[in-house]
Design a binder for this molecule. Structure first.
Ligand code: FAD
Length: 376
């Protein structure tokens, strides 16, 4: 590990143990946005992990970003997903936004996120139904976005619409979260990732400068697949792996600690229980290994990198459902009553397979790739 990497690993460890971990239970119980945890990450300079050094960021690669999200998820899934979405938005800003915005995102003064999912297109984020209409030097946006992580805390959204006039499926925009006509429609009250603030957002005749276009008109799909998908799939998988790892640790600790009064044996003395814990560990390690190989494939620009990008999120989503289901079974009634702490991870982990691209859609894409068919 380089000296720079060591410094940030130790800062991350401090933030996780002093700030993010202690706040996690209340974030979940109250469904409150993890402002303090994000502030601590900002103070440590970690909001700029994927931003280039010329913009004041750390210029870290895919592997380091995944390691950060994975470590944060071990403490708090909500904070990890807010960070994941910020890194995804920042990757788009790095490629297409002015230097000033890139500086703000790297410093954490600008919290970024993605506004792709819509009431009409649901999880088919690549085909927005929302519109953009030219009005002189401005553009008028109308949309019914269905989910935006950090909806009320974000500074601006990386936003998709139908193209203005070019051919193509979509165009991307940088839309200030407090622009007149933006309305956050209700408070997020989800099963898991409860501090995520993933509320629906409506846009009614929102005016933004035409210069707020990110990339070219009609090229949103290419940016979604080329820039966002690799980062999002990798970091969503990292989040799921972190949740699994935390659950394996808590489950093993519980199984070693609690005893049956009649036999005097610990739960872990039962072969069935050890078998379940072994399966949890194997699945979590398989998902982590694929995650690390995906980061290596992306950094090495390997030929199989897109296949790995598709695989790592599907594998981590499936594994997370299985591993957290086993954690609930091993920890039994104590877990059901929320006494072991694995039930929060169980709920948080459910998001991995329904966040777009969903596991079902990923299997369809992977099947097409393996059968030599066109994927997108
Ligand atoms: C915690 C959380 C945070 C989120 N944050 C964001 C965000 O910041 N930005 C954003 O843009 N979106 C966000 N989303 C939205 C997410 O990416 C999906 O768009 C949303 O979860 C889709 O839900 P849906 O049930 O409406 O999808 P639907 O499309 O109705 O899917 C329902 C089911 O049908 C299956 N299905 C759908 N299409 C296909 C297909 N073509 N082939 C096979 N099966 C299919 C799906 O796999 C799923 O099981 C977030 C979601 C969650 C849960």
């Amino acid at each position: 590990m380089t000296v720079k990497a060591q410094k940030f690993a130790s800062l991350l460890e401090q933030v996780c143990t002093r700030n993010i971990g202690p706040a996690a239970a209340a974030v979940d119980a109250n469904g409150e946005f993890p402002y303090r945890s994000i502030d601590a990450l900002k103070t440590a300079g970690l909001m700029g992990a994927v931003s280039a050094r010329e913009a004041g960021g750390l210029g870290l690669g895919f592997g380091a970003a995944a390691a950060i999200v994975r470590r944060v998820a071990q403490e708090c899934g909500s904070t990890a997903m807010v960070l994941c979405m910020h890194y995804c938005g920042a990757a788009v800003l790095e490629a297409y936004a002015p230097l000033q915005v890139r500086h703000e995102a790297a410093a954490g003064d600008h919290l970024s996120t993605l506004a792709f999912s819509e009431e009409g297109s649901r999880s088919h984020f690549w085909a927005p139904a929302s519109t953009a209409q030219a009005a002189g030097a401005e553009v008028i946006l109308n949309a019914r976005k269905s989910w935006i992580t950090s909806a009320s805390a974000a500074s601006a959204y990386v936003w998709s619409s139908k193209p203005l006039s070019a051919a193509g499926l979509s165009t991307l925009w940088l839309v200030p979260a407090r622009a007149p006509g933006i309305e956050i429609v209700g408070r997020f009250d989800g099963l898991g990732l409860r501090g995520n603030d993933s509320s629906p957002v409506a846009a009614r005749d929102v005016r933004i400068p035409a210069a707020a276009m990110l990339g070219e008109d009609g090229k949103g799909f290419e940016i979604m697949m080329g820039t966002v998908l690799p980062m999002f799939n990798l970091l969503s998988a990292a989040c799921a792996v972190g949740l699994m790892e935390a659950a394996v640790g808590r489950t093993a600790e519980h199984a070693a600690r609690v005893r049956h009064g009649d036999t005097g044996a610990a739960l872990a003395d039962l072969p069935t229980i050890r078998n379940y814990i072994a399966r949890m560990r194997v699945k979590a390690d398989m998902a982590r290994t694929l995650l690390e190989d995906t980061a290596a494939a992306l950094e090495g620009v390997r030929e199989d990198s897109m296949l790995r990008v598709l695989e790592c999120k599907a594998a981590a989503g499936e594994a997370a459902d299985e591993v957290l289901g086993l954690a609930m079974r091993v920890c039994g009634g104590a877990a059901f009553r929320g006494e072991v702490g694995v039930e929060r991870y169980f709920r948080d982990a459910r998001a991995a397979s329904v966040m777009a691209p969903t596991t079902d859609v990923l299997y369809d894409f992977i099947g097409k790739a393996v059968c030599g068919m066109e994927v997108f």
